[in-house]
Design a protein around this ligand. Structure first.
Ligand SMILES: *[C@@H]1O[C@H](CO)[C@@H](O)[C@H](O)[C@H]1NC(C)=O
Ligand SMILES: *[C@@H]1O[C@H](CO)[C@@H](O)[C@H](O)[C@H]1NC(C)=O
Ligand SMILES: *[C@@H]1O[C@H](CO)[C@@H](O)[C@H](O)[C@H]1NC(C)=O
Ligand SMILES: *[C@@H]1O[C@H](CO)[C@@H](O)[C@H](O)[C@H]1NC(C)=O
Length: 133
């Protein structure tokens, strides 16, 4: 690499860096809202359909244990478990494994098909509290 080329590269990099430094002062670290990565003791009471977990609070300062109803966060959409609400009235044989909820859910034609959903796509850790959209 010759020195002229090096100088041009350094100049371009410096020019590229300045607007960014001015436009975005140090951003605060985003809390990690990933449910399964930041919560432990993840459990589902299959009688009440309540999810309970112990989740890290923002900034890693302690944990909070909270519960949330699956039925207010999960839907049956044409036989598939999705985000939404009210799945339990049209699904049966509900099970829980690891971080997946499984069930047999009714399709528009009236048959029941196996379906499952990764609870990580439904729930977030909001400063220690379980939330869903
Ligand atoms: C959330 O965490 C889980 C478990 O660590 C990981 O498998 C998954 O990829 C993460 N999801 C996102 C969107 O980061
Ligand atoms: C589920 O919740 C009910 C009602 O609170 C409780 O009686 C039962 O022991 C719970 N089951 C489990 C497995 O925790
Ligand atoms: C959860 O479901 C995914 C996708 O179907 C599967 O790959 C994974 O093994 C399941 N995990 C558990 C603990 O059942
Ligand atoms: C559906 O799930 C049930 C219970 O987990 C299982 O016994 C059955 O073999 C599954 N059926 C199909 C078609 O995968």
């Amino acid at each position: 690499m010759n020195s002229l080329y090096s100088a041009v590269v350094v100049a371009l990099c410096t020019m590229a860096a300045i607007p960014g430094a001015i436009a975005s002062p140090v951003a605060p670290p985003q809390p990690d809202t990933n449910f399964s990565a930041t919560c432990t003791n993840i459990g589902v009471n299959l009688s009440t359909l309540v999810l309970t977990a112990t989740c890290q609070r923002s900034g890693g300062v302690g944990t909070t244990t909270s519960s949330i109803g699956l039925n207010s966060c999960i839907s049956n959409t044409n036989g598939e478990l999705t985000t939404g609400n009210g799945f339990s009235s049209s699904c049966q044989n509900i099970g829980f494994s690891g971080v997946n909820l499984s069930a047999q859910c009714k399709t528009p034609s009236g048959t029941f098909i196996n379906t499952s959903i990764d609870l990580n796509v439904v729930f977030s850790n909001n400063n220690g509290l379980l939330t869903c959209p």
